[in-house]
Design a protein around this ligand. Sequence first.
Ligand code: BYC
Length: 315
Amino acid sequence: MQVQDLEKIFQEKVDQEIKIEPRDWMPEAYRKTNLRQISQHAHSEVVGMLPEGNWITRAPSLKRKAILIAKVQDEGGHGLYLYSAAETLGMSREQMIDDLLSGKAKYSSIFNYPTLSWADMGAIGWLVDGAAILNQVMLCRTSYGPYSRAMVRICKEESFHQRQGFEALLVLSRGTAEQKAMCQDAINRWWWPSLMMFGPKDSESTNSDQSIKWKIKRKTNDELRQSFVDMIAFQVKVLGMTLPDPHLKWNEERQHYDFGEINWDEFWSVVKGNGPCNKQRLAARRKAHEEGAWVREAAMAYAEKKAAREKQKAA
Ligand code: BYC
């Protein structure tokens, strides 16, 4: 069969909402785009453990500590489902991790900002996980089967993450003047980086058009960002706090909130590796990888021993 015919059959399947599975024929660019996005997503989950991990030892109560540990563990699990989904596209996990550690692979810009106070744990849950959920609910219907199935489970856990973040901030927002100020400060610092999570403006997004045609993405970066602003502009009122944007205003005609311009220079600078914590994050991942080498070696030795024993039994 000619490539054009295969491409036509492939697009018809996508249009009919039939999932693409690892053994199906797919255009090389579809494979590469999925591999890029899923592996970046996996890296984001794993690097995303670091800013929150920073507060496990300093959580204000046993209950908060237990919740935070569970959340950070969930993020590690999400990374593992996603690395497994990405592996079905033909790249080994070792290679993906090497690409992360060498700085070749991208991960979400958001995790290159520092977590300065306990309120940041609430702001990350509410804003960062809130932004992630909007994006990931859409990805539950993505066209690549292994990615969409991983997302279903991840979304269930993410909604717990978002609620715990909002609840943590709600407690602070009803506390002392100092706690209220801490809550507002965290919102001020995390608001704009959260908006950047959705990626560049549609007019600057190099991958969106093709990804939407292939139903890898179902909504554009700007569409998702607008839904996020509308949702948070409402929820912030419940907290009795404000968002740090003088241009934020309900637009009756559009039935959406208008909002100010994102600092795109800052966004690209962070994406290129020059954010406040990029170097620190990669250094922490490299250290963890080196210190975990003996665990990987022991697991491999055990697997080999077990396989040899089973082979002997079967003989
Ligand atoms: N940061 O053409 P575009 C979590 C890159 S973790 C860095 O619009 P696309 C959590 C983009 O890769 C959740 N880079 O791209 C974990 C592209 O570069 P390349 C993370 C960014 O792919 C722990 C270029 O800019 N979620 O929730 O169509 C604790 C042009 O962009 C960013 C995901 O990973 C960024 N923010 O759309 C707490 C979701 N934005 O690769 C919470 C999955 C853009 O061409 N990913 N770039 O060199 C996606 O949905 C899409 O990849 C994006 C970007 C919407 C992010």
